[in-house]
Design a protein around this ligand. Structure first.
Ligand SMILES: Nc1ncnc2c1ncn2[C@@H]1O[C@H](COP(=O)(O)OP(=O)(O)OP(=O)(O)O)[C@@H](O)[C@H]1O
Length: 377
């Protein structure tokens, strides 16, 4: 059964801003769903609708099969049995850790002994064993966020809602809490919805990721789906930082400016591009190339089939190689470089290992119609 089910959820704010536009979504029992999207895409409105802080104008919302919002139905936030964690942890500074964590249990009228045992147990689950009597001021930022998490799960909520819950933490604390959160939610079978701006975090944590744009779900899928089969140029560039290149689809090949050609076996084409009848005539297309699928060869590496060379404009070192930007024919290419040390001014020959091709009219909000499929090599 779906823990959280939305049908046609719709909300326009009083100022005319569209918060949600006919959103359908099912979050399964025990699933970890991340909501990802640019600022203003509706992530917070969606999360706050589930929590009950926003009353949607239209559509239906069910929790555990029970309608909580819809025509003639409204269940207030405190009656929804949800746990929430916010970016700024929002714990009471003048209460001990144990008192903070036990607050929802006291509200629910749990006997004192049972509440104390539950508080000890959830403090153990979040890695705060023995810190119940501490004052929040005597904790680190990461520990305070663990207190907020413990409080959110203390009452055995139907689902856990996380609103940029890790965003205020610095690396490597954030990476550590990310791992612990993943372990905790899967061990406890907690249905979780996590709003984040951070692509890497969404891909690392979630069973599925919903990519929002202008109040709609542009694509929902596993992290692998979104990276390997983006439904639109928007998803490719937002999720994988793909570069978009205009070209022409001719006889199963992609022709780019300057007489550069990418063979069909390196392309994943949407059906409107590769369908019979279109494949034999020239069609304007947009190719999305992720930095992982673009190789920048030092210029002395010989002919790669990409005749014009580019020039490195920036090379940022990281633990797994360099993130490189290069100017190529007036466009900025992005690639992940390993095996040599690039520096600004170096000349490079780009080679596309793989590109997703979309019909040019698929660029934009209607792009969800373009469903890429793999062209077998
Ligand atoms: N309280 C509000 N009153 C009016 N408009 C709002 C309100 N909250 C959000 N909006 C508008 O609704 C749309 C969706 O906003 P929302 O905050 O849900 O997006 P978001 O993806 O969470 O953005 P961010 O990542 O910046 O938090 C935006 O156009 C925003 O300006």
């Amino acid at each position: 059964m779906s823990s959280i089910s939305l049908q046609g959820l719709h909300h326009v704010y009083a100022n005319g801003h569209v918060g949600l536009s006919n959103v359908d979504l099912d979050v399964h029992d025990g699933e970890f769903l991340a909501l990802l999207g640019p600022s203003g895409s509706g992530k917070t409105t969606l999360l706050r609708s589930i929590a009950g802080f926003v009353q949607p104008e239209g559509g239906t919302l069910c929790l555990g099969g029970r309608p909580v919002a819809g025509p003639g139905v409204w269940v207030p936030p405190e009656k929804r049995n949800l746990g929430m964690v916010f970016q700024d942890h929002a714990i009471w500074p003048h209460w001990s850790v144990a008192r903070n964590v036990g607050y929802p249990l006291r509200l629910a009228g749990l006997p004192r002994k049972d509440a104390e045992a539950r508080v000890r147990s959830v403090l153990g689950l979040v890695g705060l064993d023995g810190l119940g009597e501490r004052a929040p001021a005597a904790l680190s930022g990461g520990q305070r966020q663990r207190v907020a998490l413990a409080r959110a799960i203390a009452g055995a909520p139907q689902a856990l809602l996380l609103d940029e819950a890790l965003s205020s933490l610095d690396e490597p604390l954030r990476a550590r809490l990310r791992l612990d959160l993943k372990a905790l939610t899967s061990e406890q079978g907690l249905t979780s919805v996590h709003v984040t701006h951070d692509r890497a975090e969404a891909l690392a944590l979630a069973d599925r990721v919903a990519v929002l744009r202008a109040g709609r779900i542009e694509q929902i899928g596993t992290p692998q789906d979104l990276v390997r089969n983006p439904a639109s140029t928007f998803v490719a560039s937002f999720v994988s930082d793909a570069v978009l290149l205009d070209g022409t689809w001719v006889e199963g090949r992609l022709e780019l400016a300057g007489g550069i050609s990418i063979p069909g076996e390196r392309l994943d084409a949407g059906p409107c591009v590769g369908a019979d009848g279109l494949g034999h005539s020239a069609v304007a297309v947009t190719a999305a190339v992720s930095p992982m699928d673009l190789v920048l060869h030092p210029n002395n590496a010989g002919d790669t089939g990409w005749a014009p060379t580019g020039v490195v404009t920036s090379a940022l070192y990281g633990p797994h190689g360099f993130d490189v930007s290069a100017d190529w024919q007036g466009r900025t290419l992005r690639a992940h470089v390993t095996g040599w040390v690039p520096k600004p001014g170096d000349r490079v020959s780009p080679e596309v290992l793989r590109a997703h091709v979309f019909a040019s009219d698929a660029v934009g909000p209607a792009a969800g119609a373009a469903r890429p499929r793999l062209v077998p090599a």
